[in-house]
Design a protein around this ligand. Structure first.
Ligand code: BG6
Ligand code: MG
Ligand code: MG
Length: 213
């Protein structure tokens, strides 16, 4: 491929944020920890263990690593249960059309997801076959905002980072794309994603060629 697009999953292709939030909320309630939905923005794109640290906040020091692993497992079990409800009807507006437009233009297409459940989500959405390559949290050492996940995706596609476009809804994700030396398309609001090269409200009317340099 001469150019490639690397898409984030959660919040770009489907809105799993509400499910992640519900699962974290359940855990916070069980632990008697304060929790509000304002936490949502900070948890976007952040790995499972880092999310747990944010939720435990000042109380993080009271738990051993082993206890934290168990808490993370508990949250994940709740999240996996919620995932069973996802179907292709949960694809965000314009998402499949955008992915197909990338393919139809002869460009490489990869997924870069901070989630260890990415393959299960793609499967539920029935879009696994659209991607030339998938990189998820099981394959990387450093989470977003580290560029590793986007660089790995570009490498797998054989496309130089300068010829790649990353598409993200999270601040940490936009920072990862920029650090990778790629063009960053933010999906959401300009006030949150001001570090992106371009910001669009959603994937409807997504034309891949608008973002190629
Ligand atoms: C990201 C989500 O894609 O994956 C985060 O935006 C989530 O909210 C992270 O914490 C890790 O997901 P998982 O499925 O590995 O717990
Ligand atoms: Mg996301
Ligand atoms: Mg993600």
């Amino acid at each position: 491929f001469r150019h490639a697009f690397i898409f984030d999953l959660d919040g770009v292709i489907t809105d799993t944020a509400a499910l992640h939030l519900a699962a974290w909320h359940e855990l916070a309630l069980a632990l008697g920890l304060p929790f509000n939905n304002a936490m949502g923005e900070r948890l976007k794109g952040v790995s499972r263990m880092e999310s747990l640290e944010l939720i435990l906040g000042a109380r993080a020091g009271q738990y051993s690593n082993e206890q934290k692993m168990r808490l993370a497992d508990r949250k994940n079990a709740a999240y996996v249960r919620l995932l069973a409800r996802i179907t292709s009807a949960d694809l965000l507006p314009g998402a499949v059309e955008a992915l197909k437009a990338v393919r139809a233009s002869g460009l490489g297409l990869a997924l870069a997801s901070a989630s260890k459940n990415a393959l299960a989500v793609l499967d539920r959405l029935q879009i696994t076959g659209l991607f030339d390559h998938v990189v998820d949290a099981n394959q990387v050492r450093h989470g977003k905002p580290d560029p590793e996940i986007f660089l790995r995706a570009a490498q797998a596609l054989g496309v130089a980072p300068g010829r790649c476009v990353g598409v993200e809804d999270a601040v940490a994700g936009v920072q990862a794309i920029r650090s990778a030396g790629m063009f960053a398309v933010g999906v959401g609001s300009r006030s949150v994603l001001f570090e992106a090269d371009r910001v669009i409200p959603d994937l409807t009317h997504f034309h891949p060629t608008d973002y190629l340099r």
